[in-house]
Write a protein that binds this ligand. Structure first.
Ligand SMILES: CC(C)c1ccc(C(=O)O)c(O)c1O
Ligand SMILES: [Fe+2]
Length: 302
């Protein structure tokens, strides 16, 4: 079993690098790290050199990167993949430089999502110089698309150390590789792709401050603010250029004891299955009629 130690980065192709980079900095709040590489923008979120690489070219995700412990683990992973009939290709020195890693391999998951395993991801010693005070603390998780979520789970849990934390029916599988509730999610879709990239923020206030900011900036809010019943995190999804979906979230739970955690299966047909703040659509008739805000004493007569 290949031991993934963390998520490393998302590498995504963009037709308009300048616009996507401007969004990732001035709107999302990431730091543009001067990588000195024409056609590639490296965006920093935490101690790693970058978590998002925008590469000028065809729109769409290029690869999702995960770290392994070291180059020996990488070689073992290459062998393990080959043993399972999965062809892994070494990332060439230029590719490693562009990814700021010592070494890496790339392969496709069963649905054609390009996955990269890397060793020796570069860290930076200086504090992150965020482009906007969005409260970002770290790269939280990545979510890939797959036509068969249960098959995806079988792939990730048999080949790698991924363990399911929760299901949303067969629509989504949330998997952990460390105590964080999930670092990898798989979402049902027609084909491969990146569903979203998540950044954790320091406080619930950051979610709502960003919500106001994004609305004022005319950014498309895809979902939220809301609260996921799975991780318990308060979330906000919004769309960047070329269909790139970002998620901020705060308060993701940790699962410290694998032995006692039992994955739950949420019903996607339930209105609140993704957002527990979406209560029932109608009030039970047995309950007293609530005072509507227009009758609250605090509202001034107009
Ligand atoms: C709807 C997606 C797959 C989803 C569901 C739950 C959580 C969570 O509990 O944090 C997410 O982050 C998601 O992206
Ligand atoms: Fe998410």
């Amino acid at each position: 079993m290949i031991e993934l130690t963390d998520i490393a980065y998302v590498r995504s192709g963009v037709a308009d690098l300048a616009t996507a980079t401007e969004f990732a900095t001035s709107i999302v709040g990431l730091e543009l790290v001067d990588g000195g590489e024409p056609g590639v923008a490296h965006l920093r979120a935490d101690s790693a050199h970058h978590r998002l690489a925008l590469v000028e070219g065809e729109s769409g995700v290029i690869a999702s990167g995960f770290t392994v412990a070291d180059e020996e683990a990488l070689a073992a992973a290459e062998t393990a993949l080959e043993t399972r009939g999965i062809r892994a290709a070494r990332i060439d020195p230029y590719g490693c430089r562009s990814r700021r890693v010592r070494a890496g391999i790339g392969f496709d998951d069963p649905f054609g999502n390009r996955i990269e395993l890397v060793a020796g991801q570069h860290s930076l010693a200086t504090p992150v110089n965020y482009s906007r005070a969005a409260g970002i603390t770290e790269f939280g998780h990545l979510c890939v698309d797959a036509p068969d979520v249960r098959e995806a789970y079988r792939f990730w849990s048999s080949t790698f150390n991924a363990r399911v934390s929760d299901w949303i029916g067969d629509d989504a599988c949330l998997m952990r590789i460390n105590p964080v509730h999930h670092k990898l999610a798989v979402f049902a879709a027609d084909g491969p792709g990146l569903c979203h990239m998540n950044f954790q923020v320091a406080a619930i206030d950051d979610i709502f401050r960003s919500w106001h900011f994004l609305v004022e900036q005319g950014v498309e809010i895809e979902m939220g603010p809301g609260r996921h019943p799975q991780s318990g995190a308060v979330f906000l999804y919004f769309q960047g250029p070329e269909g790139f979906t970002y998620e901020y979230s705060y308060g993701v739970r940790r699962i410290e004891d694998d032995a006692t955690w039992r994955p739950r299966v949420f019903d996607p047909a339930e209105r609140g299955s993704i957002d527990m703040w979406l209560g029932p659509t109608s009030r039970p008739t047995s309950q007293p009629q609530l005072v509507t805000t227009s009758e609250l004493p605090l509202r001034k007569a107009t």
